[in-house]
Design a protein around this ligand. Sequence first.
Ligand code: UD1
Ligand code: UDP
Length: 380
Amino acid sequence: MRIITIVGARPQIIKAAALSRVISNNFQNIEEIIVHTGQHYDKNMSDVFFTELEIPKPQINLKVGSSSHGSQTALMIEKIEKVMLEYSPDAVVVYGDTNSTLATAIAASKLHIPIVHIESGLRSFNKKMPEEVNRILCDHVSTLLFSPTKSGFNNLLNEGFSKEYSNNASADHPNIYHCGDVMYDNSLYFSKLSDENSDILEKLKLRNEKFILATVHRNDNTDSEIKLTDLFSTFLEITEIHQLKIILPLHPRTSKMMEQLLDSKLLKKIQESNLLTIINPAGFLDMIALEKNAQLIITDSGGVQKEAYFFKKPCIILRPQTEWVEIVETKSAVISDTNSKIILEATERFLSNPDLEFPGVFGNGNAASFIAQEMLNQFS
Ligand code: UD1
Ligand code: UDP
């Protein structure tokens, strides 16, 4: 059986590691061809993950690069179509909700190639998010839909998907599954490797220091002068009130938008701060080390929110809503959007070490094996 896996953005490369690992260890009868759209291309947004997560290098890089949503997606569709025609896979595997996901869904569905959507069913119920549009469209042309959470599975039922299992699923009669999260599989697998190999805590002199980890990259936050200003002013305020470092691995999008949108006085304050520590995008093993040792995580990232939960850390979510509703229901995470008052209050509360619970809602660490087995059942 031959599958093509399409990745493009950082989190997709990381997610793909889980399935690639189980395929090369236990499912040698699946041939996986990895195609990179080139949506992310900086070394520290792409190459670093193939090396340290031991994912086979992509056989094909479509080198699409950055541009507006329309032109980026269109160029991907054209190039992905050519690859599909050349390699005639039995199925194509896509992750999450980026433009690379959407482009694959459009190209493959028109060629009647079954789509396997991993991380399906997640909804923010906010169609102003490009990701919400991408994942809804992808789900509705997919053949196998693997949802990491019960709430994601229920979202699919609410949109009319049937939970009746078919031995011969198709785009018209798709199968939906609640199978756990491949990112949870990864967090278990790479946690030990991070302990053994990451030296980021030494490099940043954090080994015996308390700190907060933050990330920001969602367009809703980076592209608004008001929101970006509120966020960075609040970060500075937190460091001053609590005399605590905030470590912020900076996404290239945010870096560019800070230069464009932030007032020069605020930029200067950020640059001169001894406590707000901006670093380049981190590798995954370093990121895990930072997550495992932080007191608190403040983020608008989907993946980082979940990893906070996997490593039993409180999390403040810099978005108006989240698809990962379970982590908010357990009260280990709070939705703040860019509201400074909520962020400051939640920081105060979480730093006082409240009793928090992190019940297992992301599966048992075997999501990728389940997915590989089910692809074999359906397509070989
Ligand atoms: C994309 C995804 C988002 C995901 C994020 C993960 C879409 C619509 N968005 O957002 O869901 O959370 O990836 O990180 O697909 N850039 C670089 N170097 C790179 C990559 C990007 O400088 O290697 C800069 C470019 O200026 C580019 C901007 O970042 O225009 C945005 O990149 P893009 O891939 O369009 O979207 P992300 O914000 O990264
Ligand atoms: N990540 C990383 N280095 C960083 C920031 C994030 O390795 O500097 C990892 C993070 O641990 C998670 C994934 O990237 O596994 C999340 O990707 P991102 O925040 O870019 O996108 P999202 O999950 O919001 O789509």
